[in-house]
Design a protein around this ligand. Structure first.
Ligand code: XIL
Length: 318
């Protein structure tokens, strides 16, 4: 019995965790990650991003991503591949621009084709485009948008589909977990990609939440249904629920309820296919390094000890 077992029993395809190369030498951590009762899927936190795979033009390095792909195969876990086209963790040879429309399209397609082809057949999902929107739902002015216009999105999805027709192709973003301008913007991206005749299979809702101010279960459910109504599946892709550190018992109780609300929303929507937390232990969470004074966001603490209240809340919400 575990988080993945329960999710699968509820009709989902997986419950999983992000991980990263540097953590895998921690044998206790690696053993916990390999426990398929809890984790039926993994996502590389960094090693498939553009700055890791194509640091200089047309020179590809897949070594660290291969480690994660091989680990998933060895453990019998599904692999969500992350991510092809994103403004962040993008090498400066791309982000600094200076390319004309045709050249940047060639560069982007080459990146997608070679990366997706390398892991063809191994990536159950690909996050093709990540965080393309501003908070008000307009397009983020990244180098791709500025040079190519919104067509960069359907072009990217078409290139990924050509390279691995079996992979489910996702648009992935944060702050799209309840109705509002940004969720509407993400729905418009789904429509745009389909209008261009390209394939999009799913929308990933990152769900980087704050304990005590997460959207209600019903708000999350109706928002997931709004995506599903467009003919795509959905997945929770990067859930963590941060709180001020040091953690308090009261905030942890709140956090447990908040975890259960997102699980309940995914459970309620048949086309919510899976659920991923952004690593499983506070020991390796990205939160403290980015949101100062916050952390304690995951179901296992920084000593790899399970937080029973949070873990059981997730388990029993399936
Ligand atoms: C984070 C990683 O976890 C960190 O190790 C890295 O320093 C920055 O990126 N949204 C995403 C993820 O889509 O790729 C980000 O991952 C977290 C926010």
């Amino acid at each position: 019995d575990g988080l993945n077992t329960r999710a699968v029993a509820a009709g989902k395809q997986y419950f999983g965790s992000a991980t990263d190369n540097g953590e895998l030498t921690d044998t206790a951590y690696a053993a916990g990650l390999a426990n398929t009762a809890d984790f039926g899927q993994i996502t590389p936190g960094n090693s498939m991003k553009w700055d890791a795979t194509e640091k200089s033009r047309d020179t590809f390095t897949f070594t660290n991503g291969d480690v994660i792909a091989d680990l998933a195969a060895k453990n019998g876990q599904k692999l969500r591949c992350h991510t092809l086209v994103w403004y962040s963790q993008l090498p400066t040879w791309v982000s600094s621009g200076g390319f004309d429309n045709a050249t940047l399209i060639t560069i982007m397609k080459n990146h997608i084709t070679k990366t997706v082809t390398h892991w063809k057949g191994k990536c159950f999902h690909w996050d093709v485009a990540n965080e393309a929107l501003n908070e008000d739902g307009t397009y983020r002015a990244n180098v791709f948008y500025n040079t190519i216009g919104p067509a960069y999105l359907p072009i990217a999805f078409a290139a990924a589909a050509a390279a691995d027709p079996a992979a489910k192709l996702y648009y992935n973003d944060y702050n799209i977990e309840s109705a509002g301008a940004k969720s509407t913007g993400a729905q418009n991206i789904v429509k745009l990609i389909k209008l261009y005749g390209a394939k999009i299979d799913g929308v990933g809702l990152q769900a980087h939440f704050i304990a005590g101010s997460t959207p209600s279960q019903s708000a999350q459910t109706s928002n997931l249904n709004a995506f599903v109504a467009l003919g795509v599946e959905v997945a929770i892709t990067e859930l963590d629920i941060r709180q001020p550190t040091p953690a308090t018992a009261a905030m942890t109780t709140q956090q447990a309820k908040d975890y259960a609300a997102t699980v309940g929303a995914c459970k309620a929507v048949a086309k919510c296919v899976g659920f991923t937390i952004w690593d499983y232990t506070d020991k390796y969470s990205w939160i403290p390094s980015v949101f100062s004074g916050q952390g304690a966001a995951l179901p296992w603490d920084s000593n790899l000890v399970k937080k029973t209240e949070v873990y059981n809340a997730i388990l029993n919400a399936w």
